[in-house]
Design a protein. Structure first.
Length: 356
């Protein structure tokens, strides 16, 4: 478990004054979450805030992700320095970096990636989520990564031995993902499909220039210049039409579809009922509609506590933004494993300049 000097002080305070320390720590975590959520909202490409405010808010949000990440405990200064060095490097050199995500496995971070600074600093932009999925999986388990982007989850989980089907409709993100897959000799474990999963087979407008904020839109917006037409499909249909790819039950379904997450689930109802995978999905405002949908299929929701300290059932009054975990009620062993989980200590990743 991660224990920096700051964390040991918190632990000592808990032992002497458990109620007061617990309340103070929880208030600090809630305040940090509120601040980061505000910065993310005003820094997002879909925000209506002025351009200058968006740029400042986005920089502050990304820096805040690095500072508050449990992976940065004990070396926050180094992590923040890496983040800002990436911003300078990508602008001066116009070249990407290789970041080691697992021993011997490198993820290529392209120079256009704004979230790349967080990955260069920490190894991933979502360390707790990636760590818990890696700990749940066994070699040969099948993972579906919806909204794979440049492959932070796909490459790391494949390196752990999983078989991964990655869905990524944005061409340049998909090319970066494919580059990492090929350079790490993971082509036998990873299948990349250029499809946006949804609740129907169709063709839609898709924003490709917003990095991890790429998404389906009904019409072009003023700040979304890179809009292309992409095909959508239902996961149930893809599974049925590709038995050679889906030759075993899905163990984990990870969804980051920037607002289309519920539609992805509605297009996967038969697969969810048959395979009962662990589901990780991004939710906003508490995610009540997603929680209700999955509850009707026999799932319960779980929330990662701040700092990787553990996992707990989602409180009934929770209204935050997070990647929630959903586990089928029949999977008692997985539920037990989740409730006992905590993030182990992990050093900052190695980085290198890739060969041309």
């Amino acid at each position: 478990m991660v224990r920096s000097g700051d964390q040991r002080a918190v632990d000592d305070a808990h032992s002497e004054h458990p109620v007061e320390a617990g309340r103070d720590t929880q208030v600090a975590l809630v305040n940090a979450e509120v601040i980061l959520r505000w910065l993310h909202h005003h820094g997002a490409a879909v925000s209506t805030s002025p351009v200058a405010l968006r740029l400042v808010a986005r920089a502050a949000w990304l820096t805040g992700l690095v500072l508050t990440s449990p992976t940065a405990y004990g070396h926050r200064s180094s992590a923040v320095a890496r983040f800002w060095l990436w911003q300078v490097w990508r602008r001066i050199s116009a070249r990407g970096l290789d970041v080691q995500v697992v021993d011997g496995t490198w993820l290529w971070v392209p120079p256009w990636s704004r979230i790349g600074g967080v990955i260069a600093a920490l190894g991933t932009n979502e360390p707790c989520e990636l760590a818990v999925l890696a700990d749940l999986l066994s070699p040969g388990d099948l993972v579906v990564d919806v909204g794979a982007n440049i492959g932070t989850f796909t490459v790391a989980l494949a390196a752990h031995g999983a078989q991964v089907v990655a869905f990524e409709p944005a061409e340049r993100a998909r090319d970066a993902l494919q580059r990492s897959v090929e350079r790490n000799d993971l082509t036998e474990r990873v299948r990349v499909l250029p499809v946006a999963l949804h609740d129907q087979r169709s063709t839609v407008r898709f924003v490709t220039g917003n990095d991890v904020g790429n998404r389906i839109v009904e019409a072009p917006t003023s700040d979304s210049s890179d809009v292309v037409w992409v095909g959508t499909d239902r996961l149930d249909t893809v599974v049925e039409e590709h038995p050679d790819v889906f030759d075993r039950p899905i163990s984990v379904l990870k969804i980051d579809a920037e607002g289309a997450d519920e539609a992805v689930l509605r297009g996967a109802l038969a697969t969810l009922s048959a395979d009962r995978p662990v589901v990780m999905v991004e939710t906003w405002g508490g995610g009540s509609t997603i929680s209700d949908l999955l509850a009707s299929l026999g799932y319960d929701g779980f929330l990662l506590d701040g700092g990787g300290r553990g996992i707990r059932p989602v409180p009934a009054d929770w209204r935050g933004q997070a990647n929630l975990l959903f586990v089928h009620r029949s999977a008692t062993d997985v539920r037990t494993q989740l409730l006992a989980w905590h993030l182990s200590d992990r050093p900052l990743p190695r980085v290198r300049v890739p060969r041309r």
